[in-house]
Structure formats: structure tokens, C-alpha cells
Design a protein around this ligand. Structure first.
Ligand SMILES: [Zn+2]
Length: 238
């Protein structure tokens, strides 16, 4: 994937598969969105080499779950990148012990309480220190990007999306891109809040939504899914 936005910024998928890592570039400035699993570190670095990236200005974590954050410390050191994260996820990043999410559908609601005690200590990762903390929204112009970080809680309390040129949104696990019929993630601490965050995303001008897992989601598709899930759960618009 290689998208050039209205203002000439570029969004490329650096690695895919289990967890997506994206790169936003604006001239010589580079921002990495999520960092993936340690098992993919070598591949990630070789892809960045191929893209001729030897310095990264900042790393934005859509949230601090292990499959998005394991390489944060190593990449931050290697490329001199400052880490940006929502304030409610900062503690988890500093300890490398982000809580596993709750299940949001029948099977995962059953599964998570049973496996979390066993799994939780196995998903600890190398801690890292955040540089910038996002609260509700944060423009990244000071870092050289026409992009805004938007708090989009629900999958985790401090999940964020990156809105690039009011055109493309990088949404982490707020939306799932692996299934043909649904974008509803099977894990979320607060599914109602997550669907509210979908509404927040739809109030931007974005036409394409890039998830942390799977393939891009069109605005049409998100609108249909939002209408369906809004009916299914009680929502009061803030
Ligand atoms: Zn997650």
C-alpha cells in the first residue's frame, strides 16, 4: 500500500500479516504508526532500509497492546524516534505490561477470563518512555505533519486514531480489517465506547480507514457497520 494524500504526504504499510505497521512521511519527516511483534523486528528493519529510512522523528502507538508495541523501545533507540501515546496508556508503556483487553463477542467473552491470567505475564515487553502524551486531540504540525491524533477509546481506554489530511485514518484496533462481513473487533474493554468512537471517526472527512490488523476499510462500509451496531447497543451521543 502506498497512498499519497491531498497535501503530498505519503502513507505506506511497512509490514502486514498479523499486525500492521505504517509509515507516514512528509518530505524528510517520518512517523511510524505502531511497531508490531518482536518476531517481526528483522523484517521491519529491512523494509525500512529498503524505503531508505534511517531516521524516524516519532512513533505513534494507537495503543499499547503487545502486538502493537513490542518493538517500540528498540525502534525508538535505533531511529531516534520520540514516542507519542495517549495519556491513559503511558503507564502500561513505561512498565511494558499493557493489560490484555476483554472479549467483546460471545466466544472471546468466555475465553478471556480463562486465558488472561496465563497469557498476561507472557505478553510483557521492553518498556519505553513516552515523549508526548495525547489527551483528546493533538495536532502534529510541530513534528512536521498535517495530521491529528484523535482519542478513540473503547478497544482500550487510551486507543487513538491518526487522522491524516482529514482524508485517511489509521485506527489501530478500533476497527478490524480481517473479516469480510464485520469490522467489529473481538476484543474491547468497552464495546459501547468503541462504537461511539466509530461515530467520532465518521465525523472526520476520512474516506479510508487503515486498521491494525487486515485490510483498509472504506467509509461506506464503516457507515453501514456503524448504523448496525448503533442499533444493537444503547448509545447516547455525548
Ligand atoms: Zn489491541
Amino acid at each position: 500500500m502506498d497512498i499519497t494524500t491531498k497535501s503530498g504526504q505519503r502513507i505506506r504499510q511497512v509490514i502486514g500479516g498479523r499486525s500492521n505497521v505504517y509509515l507516514l512521511t512528509a518530505g524528510t519527516r517520518a512517523l511510524l504508526i505502531d511497531t508490531g511483534r518482536t518476531s517481526r523486528f528483522g523484517r521491519l528493519v529491512s523494509r525500512l532500509d529498503r524505503l531508505k529510512i534511517d531516521r524516524i522523528d516519532a512513533i505513534l502507538l494507537t495503543h499499547t497492546h503487545f502486538d502493537h508495541a513490542e518493538n517500540t523501545a528498540a525502534l525508538s533507540e535505533r531511529y531516534g524516534a520520540k514516542i507519542v501515546v495517549q495519556e491513559q496508556e503511558a503507564g502500561a508503556l513505561k512498565t511494558g505490561d499493557s493489560r490484555l483487553p476483554r472479549g467483546s463477542i460471545l466466544v472471546t467473552r468466555w475465553l478471556m477470563p480463562r486465558i488472561s491470567p496465563w497469557l498476561q505475564p507472557r505478553v510483557a515487553y521492553r518498556p519505553a518512555s513516552p515523549y508526548l502524551l495525547v489527551r483528546e486531540t493533538m495536532g502534529l504540525r510541530a513534528l512536521g505533519f498535517e495530521a491529528t491524533v484523535l482519542h478513540a477509546p473503547g478497544h482500550s481506554p487510551g486507543s487513538v486514531s491518526l487522522i491524516v489530511d482529514d482524508q485517511i485514518a489509521l485506527v489501530g484496533d478500533t476497527l478490524l480489517g480481517t473479516l469480510p462481513r464485520s469490522v467489529f473487533p473481538p476484543f474491547a474493554d468497552d464495546p459501547v465506547e468503541m462504537v461511539r468512537s466509530w461515530g467520532r471517526l465518521l465525523r472526520t472527512g476520512c474516506t479510508l480507514f487503515l486498521p491494525g490488523h487486515g485490510w483498509p476499510i472504506t467509509r461506506d462500509r464503516l457507515e453501514r457497520q456503524y448504523a448496525k451496531h448503533r442499533r444493537a447497543i444503547p448509545l447516547t451521543e455525548p
